[in-house]
Design a protein around this ligand. Structure first.
Ligand code: AP5
Ligand code: MG
Length: 222
């Protein structure tokens, strides 16, 4: 069994989305990003989007049962040969639901990749983040597009995410520390946690994760 079943953990703005787009290419994995999926539901005004919007606007978490159902369905649709989850699980009940669902399917998680960075770093990153409607990511200072306000990849206009304003960033960080950070111990205890220093340059972070995954995949094949 050499499939890679991966989750990305880390505070808002640590670089989960930035690394995910590179890793899915490297390893041919489907990207399942909870935030992107939820924002699409909100934009399309689906029932789920209507239920999720208030919590997302407040920097809180969407109810576990809604998110769990959405993600398990996606894994069944796209993740038969492996997956990269970005932003799920974010609570212990979500982590338990994922573990239970994988066990039922005779599968297991390969690793939980923690990209860590302190609050002051992520506040700077989120304040300067820009993205196009397809989710391609930039930063006004650290990773600017070639033409101001335009995506290098598809020429679409760049905008700021609604939850990237100072008060909401503060609330998202509180939510992270209270509800998601306990997952570090959860996955450490299960021998699945791999830590990466998210304050480093994005190319270095990428090289480090890629090398770790190449080793893990070799071990899976043995
Ligand atoms: P989500 O969209 O997942 O947001 P988040 O976790 O707050 O994380 P971000 O996307 O803000 O940060 P990131 O780590 O991806 O950083 P990025 O690569 O963009 O979730 C949004 C909301 O949905 C939640 O608040 C919640 O309400 C809801 N939700 C989602 N999942 C849920 C769940 N499981 N349960 C319940 N509710 C859920 O990078 C940030 C910036 O930094 C960019 O500008 C980038 O260019 C720059 N950058 C990246 N890496 C580097 C680097 N190494 N050096 C310098 N700059 C860098
Ligand atoms: Mg993201």
């Amino acid at each position: 069994m050499s499939e890679l079943n991966l989750i990305l953990l880390g505070p808002p703005g640590a670089g989960k989305g930035t690394q995910a787009s590179r890793l899915t290419e490297d390893f041919g994995l489907p990207y399942i990003g909870t935030g992107d999926l939820l924002r699409r539901h909100v934009a399309e005004e689906t029932d789920l989007g209507k239920q999720a919007q208030e919590q997302m606007d407040n920097g809180g978490l969407v109810a576990d049962d809604l998110v769990i159902a959405m993600i398990l369905e996606k894994i069944d649709e796209e993740g038969d040969d492996g997956f990269l989850l970005d932003g799920f699980p974010r609570t212990i009940p979500q982590a338990d639901a994922l573990a239970g669902a994988l066990e039922k399917r005779n599968r297991r998680l390969t690793a939980a990749l923690l990209i860590d960075a302190p609050d002051e770093t992520v506040i700077k990153r989120l304040s300067g983040r820009r993205q196009c409607s397809d989710g391609h990511l930039y930063h006004v200072e650290f990773d600017p597009p070639k033409h101001e306000g335009r995506c290098d990849q598809d020429g679409k206009p760049l905008s700021q995410r609604e939850d990237d304003e100072p008060e909401k960033i503060k609330k998202r960080l509180e939510t992270y520390h209270e509800q998601t950070e306990p997952l570090k111990d959860y996955y450490e205890e299960r021998g699945l946690l791999r830590r990466f220093d998210g304050t480093q340059d994005k190319v270095k972070v990428h090289d480090h994760i890629r090398a770790t995954l190449a080793t893990l995949r070799l071990e899976e094949r043995l």
